[in-house]
Ligand binder design. Structure first.
Ligand code: BGC
Length: 512
């Protein structure tokens, strides 16, 4: 089974649920894989708004920005080459996540993280020393491969190491690290832009080596998950690892379940075609739609392009980068809200509340920009007005940070039954990267064509996704993974797709 995801089975069977120091440290180290992803998201936007960077690599964009007389602010950064620079990474990550899936299965999660870290390190070095656009793009492709490997293996690793009862919280550690990576990059952008001599952008790109070293060195010391060890036939090692991470000798029930789970997953020889069976329709839909919707919130318009966007609004260099630092910090802090509440109020409540808040704030941003710049993109804004726009953007970011951000990774990881979990997880990662790529690629041309209406475009998608959640996503809070099938069976719409007696259940019964 590609990627062989076998997560810790349900909490209902009385597995040890405490967090040992060992599990805490290993999960902390592994989740640092999110840092490389986040650092990159944050650094690209800042770099592409820096004059010295544009002068060296994208002189036409620089010229347009500085010398166009009748300025249409919406279009000044619209350059195909500039968007290719930003979005090439995600295309590479998309392709890499499929390879990562095979490596993760055959050699373990740790090797994927290690490989991802090393390749990312290579990308950081090439980018830091870049002499031309080709070097920049090659560097970014390597970074993308690193990100693809990390986002395939880290969430699986976290879910497999975590005690079942803490799985949701530990899963969000990946998202938390993404937001911390973005924030650090925003601060680096702000600081390096001040460096005299115009080589600050080099430092920013090169510093990507730091999170790469953290995950590379960290993964050298990480143990592999019991699930992966069993999958690769190291049952003795798996048993002692389980004792160590759960801090008790009483691990037989969990161990037995992992063995059964592994046997079950061997029964399914073709997870990709299995996933197409009618009974997996709810999971297939979710694995396609959740990551698509996550990106269609438009979050990465803010994450990648906040400084460019703020410059478009007429902010100076420094003010643009500082505003990005503010949105980055808001993103980190608001993520804690989901960590604390996700297992109490549930996924649906966060999705619905966050969705409504995103719609309102995006409409406000679009309207505020529309009032000042109209359709022709000409105008000046006062300081107070600019602050108001930044506040509305922050309200949007907080909503994303406690809803679609973490839940976009958490929910898919908990709704897939074991036999299709890894295939569906690969789809989730690659669709996420595809739409990250699409949004990065179309944002600048869309801003130029739709103008302030771009924000209404995203708001319309947010209305659609909120209705989708209200109608089609069952609550998964506190539901053990292995009992998750129940939520579909009881759902008004999905119940018609889910057979009462699945082949897998029949196979389990036959085995005894
Ligand atoms: C998304 C990223 C996004 C980040 C922002 C993640 O969940 O997958 O695309 O940039 O959240 O915090």
């Amino acid at each position: 089974m590609a990627g062989g995801a076998v997560m810790a089975p349900g909490a209902s069977k009385g597995y040890p649920g405490k967090m040992t120091l060992y599990v805490f440290v290993t999960c902390l180290v592994a989740s640092s894989g999110g840092l490389i992803f986040g650092y990159d998201i944050g650094i690209s936007g800042g770099i592409t708004s820096m004059d010295t960077f544009l002068q060296k690599f994208f002189p036409k964009v620089y010229y347009k920005e500085k010398h166009t007389l009748s300025r249409n602010q919406y279009c000044e950064f619209d350059s195909q080459l500039l968007t290719t620079f930003t979005s090439s990474l995600y295309l590479a990550a998309l392709v890499a996540s499929f390879f990562a899936s095979a490596v993760t299965r055959a050699f373990g999660r740790r090797i994927s993280m290690l490989g991802g870290g090393i390749i990312f390190l290579g990308g950081a070095a090439i980018n830091g020393g870049a002499k031309d656009v080709a070097m920049l793009i090659i560097g970014r492709i390597l970074l993308g491969i690193g990100v693809g490997f990390a986002s395939q293996s880290v969430p699986l690793y976290l879910s497999e190491m975590a005690p079942a009862k803490l799985r949701g919280m530990l899963n969000i550690a990946f998202q938390l690290m993404i937001t911390i990576g973005i924030f650090i990059a925003n601060v680096v952008n702000y600081a390096t832009n001040k460096i005299e001599g115009g080589w600050g952008w080099r430092l920013g790109l090169g510093l990507a080596a730091v999170p790469a070293i953290i995950i590379t060195v960290g993964s050298l010391f990480l143990p592999d998950t019991p699930n992966s060890l069993i999958e690769r036939g190291h049952n003795e090692q798996a048993m002692s690892m389980l004792r160590k991470i759960r801090g008790t000798d009483d691990i037989k029930a969990e161990y037995d379940d992992l063995v059964v789970a592994s046997e079950d997953s061997q029964l399914v020889k073709h997870p990709w075609s299995t996933l197409l069976q009618r009974k997996y329709r709810p999971q297939l839909c979710m694995s396609l739609l959740i990551p698509t919707f996550q990106q269609l919130t438009g979050i990465n318009v803010v994450m990648f392009y906040a400084p460019v966007l703020f410059k478009t609004l007429g902010f100076g260099d420094d003010a643009s980068l500082m505003s990005a630092v503010i949105t980055g910090l808001v993103n980190v802090v608001a993520t804690f809200v989901s960590i604390i509440t996700v297992d109490k109020v549930g996924r649906r409540a966060l999705f619905l509340q966050g969705g409504v808040q995103m719609v309102i704030s995006q409409i406000l941003v679009g309207t505020l920009i529309g009032i000042k710049f109209g359709a022709n993109g000409q105008g000046e804004i006062t300081k107070t007005y600019a602050v108001l726009v930044v506040v509305c953007i922050c309200v949007f970011v907080t909503a994303f940070a406690w809803s679609w951000g973490p839940l976009g990774w958490l929910v898919p990881s908990e709704i897939f039954p074991l036999e299709i979990r890894s295939a569906a997880q690969s789809i989730n990662v690659s669709v996420n990267m595809l739409f990250t790529f699409v949004v990065a690629q179309i944002f600048l041309p869309l801003l130029c064509h739709l103008r302030f209406g771009l924000f209404y475009f995203f708001a319309a998608w947010e209305v659609a996704m909120t209705i989708f959640i209200a109608l089609f996503l069952p609550e998964t809070k506190n539901m053990p993974i292995e009992e998750m099938a129940l939520v579909w069976k009881e759902h008004w719409f999905w119940s018609r797709f889910v057979n009462d007696d699945t082949d897998m259940e029949a196979a389990r019964r036959n085995r005894g």
